[in-house]
Design a binder for this molecule. Structure first.
Ligand code: ATP
Length: 302
């Protein structure tokens, strides 16, 4: 059976400004995304019309937390493309997960972007990336960014993306927590913590844009920010120990990734990243420690 394989990166947020909840239940965001070289792989194999299935696996083990069937966002992406184009074809999706599940790195969103690109090619539906974008936005706020990758500003609820011209390739250390955190729970905690505060409309800090233009990791490290960190730390106070440990071993910046609980550390260069990763791995604070580079392109056929 014909098949198409793609790989799709994880995202990190170099800043994540969150405004007061909107009437439609979403929070306005002002974020800068960066795609990093931590990839899921999605293989789409042609099936008889209207047959949809999914299996997921990681390098080492089955993934009990990733749903199969229609609850998997990659299947929803395939069905949306089918509905939009009117094509009558089915697909079997095999997903190899390397992006931490429920880790604040948009793993599900990345698989959705991957499924859109893979099925579009497999079914010969011929949509351009620009034509896939509105479908991506329907699937989730982070999905349009993952079609493009690189560095981009995200506005609206994160789905309106504009590429950022920036210098530099950065070395990150990704500390994966023992247990995932639900994005919805972190936003609910954010709402609780900020209920009596007047939240300004979120903006991307000028210091971050200047750091990205400079390409200087030290400037970038100092400019990293995340408005969801307080809520993630309120739900998982032990994450502070992970952040402190990274700072102690000289990370240029230490932040919670998106809605957490993954923590990110910026290193000066590859040897420095290895030092940080080694120090973190020895603490037992995290279930896995991974080194990654960014920015990288979005979903690509392999
Ligand atoms: P985000 O950063 O976009 O808020 P996340 O990275 O924290 O999300 P995901 O890994 O995308 O979280 O998973 C969130 C939940 O979505 C999982 O707990 C799982 O139940 C569900 N899910 C559905 N499809 C997938 C998929 N293909 N991969 C991972 N999780 C999926």
């Amino acid at each position: 059976m014909p098949s198409v394989a793609v790989r799709s990166p994880a995202k990190i947020n170099l800043c994540l400004g969150v405004g007061p909840v909107r009437r439609d239940g979403f929070h306005p965001l002002a974020t800068v995304y960066q795609a990093i070289d931590l990839y899921d792989e999605v293989r789409a194999t042609l099936q008889a019309p209207d047959e949809f299935s999914v299996v997921t696996h990681s390098l080492a083990e089955e993934h009990p937390d990733v749903p199969v069937g229609i609850d998997n966002i990659a299947v929803r992406a395939a069905l949306l493309l089918q509905e939009h184009t009117g094509v009558s074809a089915g697909v079997a999706l095999a997903i190899r997960k390397e992006i931490p599940v429920a880790g604040g790195m948009a793993g599900g969103s990345s698989d959705a972007a991957a499924a859109l690109v893979a099925c579009n090619e497999l079914w010969g539906t011929g949509l351009t990336r620009a034509e896939l974008e509105p479908l991506a936005a329907q699937l989730g706020s982070d999905v349009p960014f993952l079609l493009h990758g690189g560095n981009a500003v995200g506005a609206g609820r994160g789905e309106r993306v504009t590429p950022v011209l920036a210098r530099g390739s950065y070395h990150w250390v990704v500390a994966v927590a023992h247990e995932g955190l639900s994005t919805a729970a972190v936003y609910a905690e954010f709402d609780r913590l900020t209920a009596s505060r007047r939240l300004p409309e979120p903006v991307v800090p000028d210091t971050l844009m200047a750091a990205m233009r400079s390409g200087d990791p030290e400037q970038l490290g100092a400019a990293l920010s995340n408005d969801l960190a307080e809520a993630a730390l309120s739900l998982r106070p032990e994450l502070q120990d992970t952040l402190d440990m990274g700072a102690e071993v000289g990370a240029l910046g230490a932040i919670v990734s998106g809605s957490g609980p993954t923590c990110l550390f910026l290193a000066e260069d590859e040897p420095h990243a290895t030092d940080i990763a080694t120090a973190l791995a020895g603490t037992g604070l995290c279930s896995d420690v991974v080194q990654a580079r960014g920015p990288v392109p979005g979903v690509r056929t392999i």
